[in-house]
Each structure stands twice: as structure tokens, then as C-alpha cells.
Design a protein around this ligand. Structure first.
Ligand code: OAD
Ligand code: ZN
Length: 239
């Protein structure tokens, strides 16, 4: 199907990064099941909640922040390099598509990026090492060096608005592809999960590669319930 398609859209979720040691959200034993992410309104509500969010963020980064790309990332990067995959729309915040060599402008991050922070007021980028140093030195949640605003990891938290430009790009890409390959996502979080469906409704074929069933299996043209690295690695022979 990849060989016979003009424009293949990659759509990825946390499952593509599990072989790299980064846990997904909904598999049994996921640390996110125990330590659920702090919602946006709580983060905004108090200094105490922001400190707790930073503590959890840095603890997770210590455990999983040094991951390197896996076979799934490399296979998709190969399709991008070969000109078969115009872009990858991802729910992941780990930056591993870029680390696998996909140009940053070809990765559409629906849920932001956890490898840096931004000011919610003025948008200034803040490096995590700097935020961490200030947090650990002062015990307070760091504020923006430019405007004094609230600084937050550049991820999209529950209750926070989706990034408009990424949403527009993902829509355009979904409407322009003739095959969408949804990899490693439970496809239950909206609006992200709507993009594979939008592509399918617009005439593209839909392939799902995931260990477990998803709500979109019934409309997919092909569902492969198997290990992502194993399934995607042979794609390098197609290009
Ligand atoms: P989930 O944890 O919901 O789904 C990951 C899927 O990948 C699961 O269905 C696993 O069975 C599957 N999986 C894991 N490892 C696999 C492997 N090696 N081979 C095959 N399948 C594998 O993750 P997402 O769908 O990405 O949002 O979650 C969507 C959003 O929910 C995330 O972006 C995050 C979360 O809350 C925000 O933080 C806003
Ligand atoms: Zn600012």
C-alpha cells in the first residue's frame, strides 16, 4: 500500500516510542496511570501546582529524557527522506521524529513539545536546563525573563487550547494524502484522533499499526495488531 501511494501521511502516538524506553499513556503499568498529568486549569491556579508540575516533569525527564529514536521513527524518517511521506502528524512530545532525522518543518506536533518551555504570555522560549536550575535554586516556579509571565513546558495540557497552526496543517495534510498510517496510538484522544478519520473520509486509505484495538479499526482498510518496530522496519525496502 505504501508503494502504491502518492502521499503517505504518518500519524503517530506514544506507542512508537515505547521501544525507546518512553512509556505510553494507556498501557498497563504506565507511570501516567499513577501520576496523571496536571490539567491546565490546575497549573494556572496556583504556584504550588506549578511547582508540583515542574517536579513531576523533571522526574520524568530524568527517567525518559535521554531516549533515542527506534525502528519505527527510523522507518518513517526513511519515508520522509524518500519523498513518500510529506509530513508526520504526531501526538508525541518527545522530539524523537526530529531526532531520527525528519526536518522540524515536517513534524506537526499536535500536543506540543516537551523538550523546551515557553512563556504563556509572550511566547518567549526558555530552555529546560535554565528553568530547572532556577526552580531548584529558588524552590519557586520560574517566571518569564522577558515579561514575568507564567512559564510552562511547551506541551499541550488537558484543558489547554490546541495549537492553531498545527491543527490547520494537520487538516491540510489529512485532506491531501492518499494513505494514512496511524502508528502507536489508542486513537481515543480528541481532536487528535480525528485526523486519520478525516483522511479516510476524504478518500485516503487507512492503515492502523497498534498492539491493541482502536475505535477506528472498523473503518480502517488494514489493521496490524503487532509490534511497531517489527512491522515498520521492512518499509525501508519499499522506498
Ligand atoms: P496511548 O498510550 O493512549 O496509546 C498508545 C498505544 O500504543 C496503545 O494502544 C498501545 O497498545 C500501543 N503500543 C505501545 N507500544 C507498542 C508497540 N511496541 N507496538 C505496537 N503498539 C504499541 O498513547 P496516545 O494514543 O499517543 O495527550 O495518547 C494520546 C494522548 O493521550 C497523548 O498525546 C497524551 C495523552 O494524554 C496529552 O498529553 C495532551
Ligand atoms: Zn513572557
Amino acid at each position: 500500500m505504501v508503494a502504491g501511494s502518492r502521499a503517505v501521511l504518518g500519524f503517530t502516538g506514544a506507542g512508537i516510542s515505547t521501544e525507546c524506553g518512553v512509556p505510553d499513556f494507556r498501557s498497563p503499568g504506565s507511570p501516567w496511570r499513577v501520576n496523571s498529568p496536571i490539567p491546565f486549569d490546575l497549573f494556572m491556579a496556583s504556584e504550588e501546582a506549578r511547582c508540583e508540575a515542574w517536579r513531576r516533569k523533571f522526574a520524568m525527564d530524568d527517567l525518559y529524557g535521554h531516549a533515542t529514536p527506534g525502528r519505527g521513527h527510523r522507518a518513517l524518517a526513511g519515508l520522509v527522506a524518500a519523498g513518500r511521506m510529506p509530513a508526520i502528524v504526531t501526538q508525541n512530545i518527545d522530539g524523537l521524529h526530529q531526532a531520527a532525522g525528519v526536518p522540524a518543518d515536517k513534524v506537526v506536533e499536535l500536543h506540543g513539545n516537551g523538550t523546551y518551555a515557553t512563556c504563556l504570555d509572550c511566547g518567549t522560549r526558555h530552555e529546560l536546563a535554565d528553568v530547572r536550575w532556577r526552580f531548584e535554586a529558588s524552590g519557586r516556579a520560574p517566571t518569564c525573563r522577558s515579561c514575568g509571565g507564567v512559564v510552562k513546558s511547551a506541551t499541550v495540557s488537558f484543558g489547554q487550547a490546541m495549537p492553531e497552526q498545527a491543527m490547520r496543517r494537520a487538516t491540510r495534510l489529512a485532506l491531501a494524502c492518499d494513505l494514512v498510517v496511524a502508528v502507536g496510538s489508542s486513537l481515543v484522544v480528541h481532536p487528535a484522533a480525528e485526523f486519520p478519520l478525516l483522511a479516510k473520509r476524504n478518500g485516503a486509505r487507512l492503515v492502523i499499526v497498534n498492539a491493541e484495538p482502536t475505535p477506528l479499526d472498523g473503518v480502517a482498510d488494514l489493521v496490524i495488531n503487532a509490534d511497531i518496530g517489527t512491522v515498520l522496519a521492512p518499509l525501508s525496502a519499499v522506498v
